[in-house]
Ligand binder design. Structure first.
Ligand SMILES: [Zn+2]
Length: 299
């Protein structure tokens, strides 16, 4: 990326990250989270456009001025932000997780048992929740079950979404509410979170992102993502950022030592197993594109 460091630093600072000027995977995950948290703008693309959009929003620009492109207006506003917030110091806002008093780092829950109340998380068979799907659709059958987002369009898909209330956990606003979940996915998500509570890992979760009308990997040439169906969700995105392993990194298996070094505050194995038990697939299992924040109700 050829953006000036200070643009990246402003975006990082606004998103509660250390302003290193290096647009690494963790930074990009934090910026996407910032995008999701702010309704005033929605940056469909990744990379430079997202960085500049966040910097523009943080610098007080609005409306059409948040276009993800550098220009004199952006330059002036961002320079003013630097002078005010970053002048001669690298002080940062506390990261999002430290602002969440309830958040406990994974490890506080070190090695919770995987067998409890007759439920064995290592057993790969799924529990079907009341009102849930007896069988989880595959990539081939999912459009027939959930609706075809490409054909139906945004509004028709939104009509299939529900809001869940009374969920265990203190994520997002801490009120046990999740918007933007496909009606058919609701019972499965509730079960996943109830299992997390039962197995003592629910407080790992401080953020869940659900419905989002966007393309896979934020790339408009890719199909719509499962987030556009309300059947995909992201847990603590910035602690579980996605990455493409190079040839020498293909061996980095989930929850190995190298994995834990990469994701020191990443989701625990017990948490992943709770979601799998409720029918979810996990993006951390994809060897060519590790996406450990991501769960989807697709086989
Ligand atoms: Zn996702």
């Amino acid at each position: 990326m050829k953006l000036p460091d200070y643009i990246i630093q402003v975006a990082q600072h606004a998103a509660g990250e250390e302003p290193t000027g290096n647009a690494d995977a963790r930074t990009m995950a934090a910026l996407r989270e910032y995008d999701h948290e702010h309704d005033e703008f929605d940056c469909a693309s990744d990379g430079e456009r997202l960085i500049v959009s966040v910097a523009q929003h943080a610098a007080g620009l609005s409306g059409k001025d948040i276009d993800g492109r550098m220009g004199p207006t952006t330059e002036a506003a961002v320079r003013a932000y630097v002078a005010k917030h970053l002048g001669g110091t690298t002080a940062t806002r506390p990261a999002f997780h430290t602002r969440m008093a309830v958040y406990r780092a994974p490890g506080a829950n070190a090695a919770p048992g995987l067998l409890k109340d007759g439920i064995d998380l290592r057993d790969p068979s799924m529990i079907v929740p009341d009102g849930g799907l007896a069988e989880i659709p595959t990539r081939k059958t999912m459009k027939g079950v959930y609706g075809d987002a490409d054909a139906l369009g945004k509004e028709a898909m939104q009509a299939r979404l529900a809001t869940l209330t009374g969920l265990p956990g203190r994520f997002n606003k801490g009120d046990g509410v999740l918007h933007g979940v496909h009606r058919l996915a609701g019972p499965h998500l509730r079960l996943a979170l109830e299992l997390c509570a039962r197995f003592g890992v629910i407080d790992e979760i401080y953020r869940i992102g659900t419905y989002n009308h966007r393309h896979m990997r934020h790339d408009p040439s890719m199909p719509l993502s499962f987030h556009a169906y309300g059947v995909g969700l992201d847990v603590n995105p910035r602690e579980n950022f996605a990455w493409v392993p190079g040839a020498s990194e293909k061996q980095v298996a989930p929850f190995s030592d190298a994995w834990r070094q990469k994701y020191p505050r990443g989701v625990s194995e017990a948490l992943v197993l709770c979601f799998k038990k409720a029918g979810y697939g996990w993006g951390g299992d994809w060897p060519g594109f590790r996406d450990p924040m991501h769960f989807e109700l697709v086989r």
